[in-house]
Design a protein around this ligand. Structure first.
Ligand SMILES: [Mg+2]
Length: 321
């Protein structure tokens, strides 16, 4: 039995949600930067840094984690993925004055909610709605549905539809949620994760791009070049493939994986968040760097939410027996 197989499912839940916050916080100060700029300014970006221009300190996260936490909080409050409850939380967040970045489709959709449009109709459609908004925030849904993969599809559609009616944005969210589900229960192996996930998601640009990531993993291309080929922009087809690539390349090394993802530049906080979700779900909280765990914002709150989502999955299984 190797070290990872002894990690408990509950520790993987905690690792997954803290992984989102950590990856987001590491990428936060360099969002929108090129990889050359990051290298010139920081060398290797291995410590949390502040962003004076955003008014955020080291270890603070952005909208990716804020929205992920709304999902986790909603699941804990309602016991399920509830579109009405989530939509209310998104509106309250937009009005809160603490919005640390927001994607185009997300802001337009939440504004539609405030105009009284139903959440099933509020999401943005069209080619410009293939952003990262669903993939970056969906991890708690993967955890909740880790034993119910058919329900997972439905729940990702429900949660995603509030902001995105684009098939690729939803496919990207489904890919991340599925991988989180399979990794958190310890059932998926990194070597076959991409093939398994692509098959689950079905034919689309996201699964094509995931298969391209698998091919790059099998070749001798350096990681930085592979991430450049796959892309780390605000386009979900890029981000999801790059996050899977970074995780599968070094599955046992949470720290190296997240650093590599962020150092690729562009949409760094989101690439970091998605990569952190995958690697955290696989490694569990006990295999994540103590220094990052100590410094990341809201650690205790995030950990408590992850444990509550875990308790919900245990209770649901007990009831089903
Ligand atoms: Mg962000």
């Amino acid at each position: 039995m190797d070290e990872r197989s002894k990690t408990s499912v509950e520790d993987r839940f905690v690792g997954c949600l803290l992984g989102v916050a950590i990856g987001d916080a590491l990428g936060m100060p360099v969002e929108g930067w090129s990889r050359e700029m990051i290298r010139m300014h920081y060398g290797v970006l291995a410590e949390f840094q502040p962003s004076p221009s955003r008014g955020l300190g080291p270890g603070q996260f952005t909208d990716d984690t804020q929205m992920m936490l709304m999902h986790a909080e909603s699941i804990v409050a309602t016991g399920r993925v509830d579109g009405d409850d989530l939509a209310r939380r998104f509106v309250a967040w937009l009005r809160s004055g603490d919005v640390r970045g927001i994607g185009r489709s997300t802001i337009l959709s939440i504004k539609r909610l405030t105009q009284g449009i139903h959440w099933r109709e509020s999401g943005q459609a069209g080619e410009f709605a293939a952003g990262n908004g669903v993939a970056m925030r969906i991890a708690p849904v993967g955890l909740l549905d880790c034993q119910h993969l058919e329900r997972l599809k439905e729940d990702v559609r429900t949660a995603g539809a509030i902001t995105h009616h684009n098939p690729e944005a939803l496919a990207g969210g489904l890919a991340v949620a599925y991988a989180v589900a399979r990794l958190s229960t310890g059932e998926a192996q990194p070597a076959t994760l991409i093939e398994e996930t692509s098959a689950f998601v079905g034919e689309c640009e996201v699964s094509h791009s995931l298969r391209r990531a698998q091919k790059l993993l099998e070749s001798a291309v350096p990681a930085a070049d592979a991430l450049q080929v796959l892309g780390t922009t605000g386009y979900v087809v890029h981000t999801v493939a790059s996050a899977f690539y970074a995780f599968v390349r070094t599955p046992d090394r949470f720290k190296q994986t997240v650093i590599e993802a962020v150092m690729a530049g562009q949409d760094t906080d989101t690439t970091g968040a998605v990569t952190g979700a995958l690697s955290g779900a696989y490694n569990g909280v006990h295999h994540m760097p103590t220094r990052w765990l100590e410094q990341v914002e809201s650690r205790a709150h995030i950990e408590k939410l992850a444990r509550r989502v875990y308790a919900l999955t245990v209770r649901a299984n007990a009831t089903a027996d």
